[in-house]
Design a protein around this ligand. Sequence first.
Ligand SMILES: NC(=O)c1ccc[n+]([C@@H]2O[C@H](COP(=O)([O-])OP(=O)(O)OC[C@H]3O[C@@H](n4cnc5c(N)ncnc54)[C@H](OP(=O)(O)O)[C@@H]3O)[C@@H](O)[C@H]2O)c1
Length: 335
Amino acid sequence: MSITTARLGTDGPEVGVQGLGCMGMSFAYGPTDADEARATLERALDLGVTLYDTADAYAKGENEEFLAPFVGAHRDDVVIATKFALAMDPDDPTKRIIRNDPDYIRSCADASLRRLGVDAIDLYYMHRRDPKVPIEETVGVMAELVAAGKVKHLGLSEVTGDELRAAHAVHPIAALQSEWSLFSRDIERGVVPAAAELGVTLVPYSPLGRGFLTGAFVSADKELGADDFRRQQPRFTGANAAANAALLEPVRTVAAAHDATPAQIALAWVQQRAAVHGLPVVPIPGTRKRTRLEENTAATRIHLTPDELALLDPIATQVSGDRYADMTFTSAGRE
Ligand SMILES: NC(=O)c1ccc[n+]([C@@H]2O[C@H](COP(=O)([O-])OP(=O)(O)OC[C@H]3O[C@@H](n4cnc5c(N)ncnc54)[C@H](OP(=O)(O)O)[C@@H]3O)[C@@H](O)[C@H]2O)c1
């Protein structure tokens, strides 16, 4: 059964109400079986998933290259989203920096077009904000890319509500991508109300808490590989991880009542934010496996009762540890 749809912004494309995060297929979460990942992309499309999320920063462009054959084979059915702004520090190649300067943005767009093998990027996000560059200037450059036909719609990631308003005044923003899950609700303070007011679709990333909400791992430092990104995230390591694992009990209780998995309840909760906050919501859970993809899309058909929401809603306030080691990279760090 195909999933339902939602629109990106007021004049963006209609997409499956759940998208697919493709980052893990090349980057961040350990080794990948490329054939299974390719089969997962195809299965997603069969099930009505049409929004595919990548970024130039995922494995230095390799994730975009990995997606190119799939996108090329289904160009009219797939909405491809990519991002710019995360670069490596030329003085220290192990360190990430943020770049929003105009020439850099223009060169990133051309490079992403080339790697993806497309004439236009359907949805182009600013991945992170460099507070030294006025957001109006950045969105102005992104709008030039639209005028040039290189980009169809604009998105922003990890901006504050005020930054979203300033950006939207320059050019319509179709999608706002930020972390939103049972564990991460900081965007509900300012970002979500601004998006609802402006008609911007919310695209929650890491809706499964990077896998932690599924119970697939408890302690990143004990269970995940040395280069797994989650070992750098304070909430998944040490005493924080053990404390946070105990918070999953209500998720398991609700899952049992629906004959569902904790992953499905975590996704149903994010999906139901649409009705709670009055805006379109298109989460992009990441998986490299067909069975999990099928499990995740089936979650779009689960409806949580008010009592169940009341059991799940307080979890976020009890989480130990930040989402990132450096929160200045996030909207919450600038609010
Ligand atoms: N804008 C940003 O700054 C930003 C930041 C992070 C991510 N993103 C985007 O958002 C997408 C999703 O976020 P994410 O991948 O970080 O986190 P996520 O979707 O919360 O979780 C992904 C993790 O959960 C596992 N998983 C997926 N479905 C599962 C299931 N049903 N049962 C058990 N485990 C399951 C995946 O492993 P398997 O692959 O092995 O299934 C993977 O390790 C990314 O792919 C990326 O495109 C954007």
